[in-house]
Design a protein around this ligand. Structure first.
Ligand SMILES: Nc1nc2c(ncn2[C@@H]2O[C@H](COP(=O)(O)OP(=O)(O)OP(=O)(O)O)[C@@H](O)[C@H]2O)c(=O)[nH]1
Ligand SMILES: [Mg+2]
Length: 452
């Protein structure tokens, strides 16, 4: 058995499909590289091919498959699992890369040539993965697998852990079944079938168990959310690494994790805007989105999405210094559209403006005249954003009068939490409160006060 090097060396594989331009293709592979580095792998090369579709048995054409196998030390042929010696692989790689017909292969010149993981920038089928494993002798992962793995490593709360386990079961299991090398699980012939059946039953049972636990947590969540009722709520949403948690820290003084890596945040955090306002404004930090986010994973992050749906205002955070920010914004918009959160009023925040030059700033201003330009690192910008958030709620607020019967003075605190009390008077029925708040919040208070 091979002794595994401490850091896995990865080759990224991208297929440029019709309709995907060069810039988008390159950006997608670059992003995959960042995902892969988040997992702690070293990226030692990239290999791309233009193809009509992804349907082939090996994703790549014959020639490119050989090129790939040369980088991993595999045979380049699906029919065998034999592994070519390293030195030969190096030779072949040198010849191919130099050949005039070769499409660009971009290995890092300083890195060792042999890679032990192949990562495909698309969702591929379990049998495509198996064929690629056979031809390359390397472990094969796809974009979805990488994202699921990152979620697995970054999950902290019990809920996130359960949700990730659910998504992993959905993703990993069909691959375990069909892959002969995947995850290093090799099974003896004969025992295989019954093992698979056993595994399937175990998976089914485990999923039912997970679902029950998640349902319970989510019931508590829903209760907490409805207890927060019509409080003023803002949610930070956007592409991964856009700066949502940085803004959360700056707006609320909370110690949420900020990190230059993808999917640093998987849990929703809710904190009050600081300095505190009356009534309080609650801010939620949420999990980031990404291109081709696996559907199971989107669905499983229900609490984040519920935060977005329940907010009165969504702050779409965009990393304006990223060359693909328009496409990133599009991804965010489409995920939120899918869950129906696009009806929630929103504000576009173009973040990391400290990294954007004057010319690009002018272009951004022309394209997004309604956007707020800021840097999470600037105290002035954050103070201005706080003012904008407060102004949003102020303009939606109305004034009204509520009567708090003498028998219900215990509810006075609830009124103060959910509305701004402008003045108090007393008459024969009780305490008359002149309040200002969101129409929904006031209607709910009125109901609470009049309930017997
Ligand atoms: N230069 C600059 N860097 C920023 C700014 N805002 C955030 N960053 C950096 O960008 C990286 C990502 O920031 P986070 O706040 O963790 O981003 P996020 O949107 O919460 O990311 P995920 O939780 O991974 O989805 C960190 O290294 C931050 O320090 C900014 O305005 N300017
Ligand atoms: Mg974050």
């Amino acid at each position: 058995m091979d002794t595994k090097p401490p850091v896995s060396r990865a080759i990224l594989v991208g297929v440029q499909l019709p309709g995907v331009d060069d810039a988008a293709h390159v950006a997608s592979i670059e992003e995959l590289g960042r995902l892969v580095k988040t997992l702690g792998y070293e990226v030692v090369g990239t290999l791309s091919q233009r193809r009509e579709a992804l349907e082939g048995a090996t994703v790549l054409g014959k020639g490119r498959l050989h090129d790939l196998a040369a980088l991993t030390g595999g045979t380049g042929v699906v029919g065998t699992m034999a592994t070519a010696p390293k030195s030969k692989a190096r030779e072949r790689f040198d010849e191919d890369a130099a050949g005039p017909a070769a499409l660009p292969v971009e290995p890092d010149p300083d890195a060792p040539p042999k890679a032990d993981v192949v990562i495909v920038d698309h969702e591929i089928s379990p049998s495509q993965a198996r064929n690629l494993e056979r031809a390359t002798g390397a472990e094969v992962l796809d974009r979805t697998g990488v994202i699921v793995e990152i979620f697995h490593r970054h999950a902290r709360s019990r809920e996130a852990k359960l949700q990730v386990e659910m998504a992993r079961l959905q993703y990993v299991v069909p691959r375990l079944r069909e892959s002969s090398t995947g995850g290093g699980r090799q099974r003896g012939v004969g025992a295989g079938e019954s093992n698979i059946d056993l595994d399937r039953r175990k998976v089914r049972d485990r999923r039912a168990e997970l679902k029950a636990q998640l349902d319970e947590i989510q019931r508590d969540d829903d209760q907490r959310r409805s207890a927060r009722g019509d409080q003023l709520r803002v949610a930070l949403v956007g592409y991964t690494n856009a700066g949502k948690s940085s803004l959360m820290r700056a707006l609320t003084g909370s110690e949420v994790l900020v990190a230059d890596q993808l999917f640093a945040t998987l849990d929703t955090t809710v904190r009050a805007l600081r300095p505190e306002t009356l009534p309080r404004v609650l801010v939620s930090d949420t999990v980031g989105f990404i291109k081709k986010l696996p559907h199971d994973l989107v669905a499983s992050f229900r609490s984040t999405l519920a935060e977005a749906l329940d907010a009165s205002l969504l702050l779409y955070v965009v990393d304006a210094s990223d060359s693909t920010h328009e496409a990133q914004l599009e991804v965010t918009r489409s995920v939120l559209h899918e869950i129906g959160a696009d009806a929630v009023p929103s504000l576009l925040l173009l973040n990391k403006m400290d990294r954007v030059d004057e010319a690009s700033r002018a272009l951004l201003a022309a394209r997004h005249p309604e956007a707020v330009f800021l840097s999470a690192a600037s105290a002035d910008d954050v103070a201005a954003l706080r003012g904008t958030i407060i102004a949003f709620f102020e303009s939606a607020m109305v004034e009204d009068r509520l009567t708090l019967p003498y028998a219900k003075q215990g509810l006075l605190g609830t009124v103060y939490e959910n509305a701004r009390v402008l003045s108090e008077e007393f008459d024969a029925d009780g305490r008359i409160l002149h309040v200002r708040g969101l129409p929904g919040g006031i209607a709910r208070l009125r109901k609470v006060l009049s309930a017997s």
